[in-house]
Design a binder for this molecule. Structure first.
Ligand code: GLU
Length: 260
């Protein structure tokens, strides 16, 4: 009898625990939004010369945290770790240059898309190849956990994809001549080229569509609504455009949807 009561108590606790789990309430109660960001993906998330983590993703997260009435605590993620960290609950949100792919929706949920890019190629300044197909037989660097390796394989099946853990390692290999290109989103490629003092350039246009969404835990509708509405508020009050101009040097070409 005692065992039975205990079992049903455990069952009820588990059930109510599941029913009443609410990420938004948890974040507000903790007073902190645990946010995963890139440290090596300029200008979305990177460490600046003052050793501060800055970028477009960071700006948006600061705005969202303020709108939720909580502090924000940043934690480094990579292309490979961001989804497991969201799914495992170690972070509440990842704004980390992450493309909203239908396949990724199996593991986590996404906010509305807040940035729109496409995949390109970063090469040394003397590279003559101009198309993805032209890299057949050549070594192309991609990052583990990113969309880029798979996309490139489709666009150029005969290219040899070399995987790296993080972006700086891939850039180093490119500079040293160990690989012939690094492939990932255009804005990152252009930023690297600009910062390289003529050593690197972008080639090949874009081979994919990469709409960025922030990753959040599955089935947290209140939290997702609150974050989506905060992103939209930033668009309405001009914060989004101001930050966009600061990091990308232009006015936004496509802005996130704003619900009436
Ligand atoms: N946006 C792409 C992705 O989500 C590439 C950039 C990145 O590695 O974050 O995989």
């Amino acid at each position: 009898m005692f065992k039975k009561t205990l079992m049903s108590l455990v069952a009820v606790t588990m059930l109510t625990g599941t029913v009443f789990a609410d990420k938004l309430a948890d974040v507000k109660k903790a007073g902190v939004l645990k946010a995963g960001v890139k440290y090596d993906f300029k200008p979305f998330g990177f460490v600046n010369d003052k050793n501060k983590v800055v970028g477009f993703d960071i700006d948006l997260l600061r705005y969202i945290a303020k709108d939720l009435g909580v502090k924000v605590k940043f934690q480094q993620v990579t292309s490979k770790t961001r989804i497991p960290l969201v799914a495992g609950g170690q972070i509440d949100i990842a704004a980390a240059s992450m493309t909203h792919k239908v396949m990724r929706d199996d593991t986590i949920d996404f906010t509305i898309s807040y940035f729109f890019d496409g995949q390109s190629m970063l090469v040394r300044a003397d590279e003559r190849t101009r198309t993805a197909k032209g890299f057949a037989g050549k070594k192309v660097g991609a990052i583990q956990g990113a969309t880029s390796g798979e996309n490139f394989k489709k666009a150029s099946p005969k290219a040899k994809i070399i995987y790296f853990q993080e972006y700086p390692q891939a850039v180093m290999a490119l500079r040293k001549g160990k690989i012939d290109a690094v492939t990932t989103d255009l804005v990152w490629c252009s930023t690297q080229a600009n910062d390289s003092k003529g050593k690197l350039k972008v080639t090949g246009g874009t081979i994919s569509f990469e709409p960025y969404g922030m990753g959040i835990a599955e089935n947290e509708s209140n939290f997702r609504d609150a974050v989506n509405i905060a992103i939209q508020k930033s668009v309405k009050d001009g914060y989004y455009a101001k930050s966009y101009k600061k990091w990308f040097g232009t006015n936004p070409k496509v802005i996130p949807e704003v619900w009436p």
